[in-house]
Design a protein around this ligand. Structure first.
Ligand code: ADP
Ligand code: GLC
Length: 489
């Protein structure tokens, strides 16, 4: 590559802020390309254009996807040429391209399940490659994310192997969550234009085909979203059956910590807050705390701590541990507020806690970006007792908002949170390791003890607020990774 020609990177992602979101992948896919553009990379994003969203909790969406660029994308799929329309919108100076296809993305949801979802994203993966060819210069790096993009590297290595357009395109595959692998029936391979040889070589998982495995086998290099998770997934405990493969490719596996979009997540400027605050003047945080308690219709006592969770409600997030610890936390007089999306089984559980402690507990089931900002700003402590956590963004948001994280030391939580030490006064949160509610409660008591010691608490808050997890730093790490991928040839 010539020094004065910027590297061209295409980021493919199934969800992208501010258009679609169920979790942190969307934050990353929305922020990383903008940060890359700022450091001189020719970055662009390709994502599906979902229509009719908002019917299911967990889908934050902006339907306005800019201008219709062309309506004749031709995607070889299922033995025919399937059409697609392509839209383009801009975020700052970065173009975001949207693939519209009513058959696959017009049902009012981002994810469904099983073979149907595999088919939807198999179409998407093929469409990404066809769209690249319509957008001018070939990408140096095609940056794929999670199982939904797993067939992109397979097609590049097989279907498009002799296509001169892609002759210098390399792939980086980022694992955001190893637990979701995109299994499908091998009976669909023909429909997806994938050969039996490719299946046997790198997609077979028991009797199923596995899109994530395909991505891991066929990509030039791999990354995941924290250093610790990159190590953990090489062990049987966290490897979800792919640890052997990841150990075999450990020389190609990088751990690159996510960043925070401080344009969105900054208590000094946050557009969703009733008052602003900073590391030098935290008084506005009390106003936010009051607004938060009002919002959850709780009595106002600003001296009591507010303990919060904003999360998808899944086993991953340690929801069962939290439920188990709840009584002991509430018996200290604290407030607890929950903003939780997803699994209905947990709704009943937390609704019952609310019924038993109506003056201390507030629950909101569903997805609300606006409320998530108020919770971050108004709470005193933030719980993330995850069973595993590839990176985790909320603990980094919490740090910036002076909300002290109490976390389990896994993945990105271990990389970003250090336990406060009363002697050295260092540390930005509270951290335990064993997956047990007793350990969570112990750490909560430790936090509470410091909470009632105001100068010490302020010190912990400021230790956290000082951290710089900006995307600028992370974008440089990705640029290094892209350069390695290109050099790896
Ligand atoms: P994950 O991607 O595993 O869900 P992350 O911590 O990386 O975890 O990212 C979660 C993102 O989704 C954060 O931006 C968080 O604020 C947001 N989020 C999670 N649940 C909700 C919810 N119920 N309402 C609003 N935002 C949510
Ligand atoms: C996944 C992980 C989360 C990570 C996010 C963005 O959803 O569960 O830990 O922060 O992806 O990389």
């Amino acid at each position: 590559m010539l020094a004065n020609i910027p590297m061209r990177v295409v980021i493919a992602s199934s969800e992208v802020v501010p258009y679609s979101k169920t979790g942190g992948l969307a934050d990353v896919a929305g922020a990383l390309p903008k940060a890359l553009t700022r450091i001189g990379v020719d970055a662009l994003v390709i994502t599906p254009r979902y229509t009719g969203l908002g019917k299911r909790s967990g889908d934050v969406v902006r339907e306005d996807t800019g201008e219709l660029l062309f309506d004749d994308l031709r995607v070889p799929f299922d033995g025919e040429i399937k059409g697609g329309r392509v839209w383009r919108d801009w975020q700052d100076d970065t173009p975001f391209y949207f693939i519209e296809n009513a058959q696959y993305f017009g049902h009012g949801y981002i994810y469904d399940q099983g073979d149907w979802d595999a088919e939807r994203f198999a179409y998407f993966s093929r469409a990404v490659l066809e769209l690249c060819k319509r957008l001018g210069a070939p990408p140096d790096v095609l940056h794929c994310n999670d199982w939904q993009t797993g067939l992109i590297p397979v097609h590049l290595a097989t279907t498009y192997r002799d296509d001169p357009y892609f002759s210098r395109t390399r792939t980086l595959f980022t694992i955001h969550n190893l637990a979701y692998q995109g299994y499908f029936s091998p009976a669909l391979l023909g429909k997806f234009d994938i050969s039996v040889e490719a299946f046997r070589f790198g997609m077979e998982s028991g009797s199923a085909a596995n899109m994530l495995k395909a991505g891991l086998m066929f990509s030039t290099a791999l990354s995941t979203v924290s250093r610790k998770y990159a190590e953990e997934i090489q062990t049987p405990q966290y490897g979800n059956g792919l640890d052997g493969l990841l150990r075999a490719r450990r020389g190609d596996l990088l751990g690159l910590l996510n960043g925070v979009d401080y344009g969105e997540w900054n208590p000094e400027t946050d557009r969703f807050l009733p008052a602003h605050f900073s590391i030098n003047d935290l008084s506005g945080k009390r106003t936010c705390k009051q607004a938060l308690l009002e919002r959850y219709q709780l009595p106002i006592d600003l001296d009591k701590p507010v303990v919060a969770i904003v999360s998808r409600m899944t086993v991953q997030k340690g929801i069962d541990l939290t439920a188990d610890a709840m009584g002991r936390i509430l018996d200290t007089g604290a407030y607890f507020v929950l903003l939780g999306s997803g699994d209905a089984q947990y709704e009943g559980l937390f609704q019952r806690v609310r019924d038993v402690y109506p003056t201390q507990v507030g629950v909101y089931f569903g997805f609300s970006n606006e409320l998530s900002h108020l919770v971050e700003a108004g709470a005193d402590m933030f719980l993330m007792p995850s069973s595993y956590e590839p990176c985790g963004l909320n603990q980094m948001y919490s740090l910036k908002y002076g909300t002290v994280p109490i976390v389990r030391g896994v993945g990105g939580l271990d990389d970003t949170i250090t336990n406060f030490d009363r002697l050295t006064k260092e540390g930005n949160g509270f951290k335990f390791y064993e997956y047990a509610s007793d350990r969570l409660v112990e750490k909560y008591y430790e936090a509470l003890f410091n909470y009632y010691d105001a100068p010490t608490w302020l010190r912990i808050q400021r230790n956290g607020m000082r951290a710089d997890h900006s995307w600028e730093r992370a974008a440089h790490d990705y640029l290094d990774a892209y350069q390695r991928v290109v050099a790896a040839g």
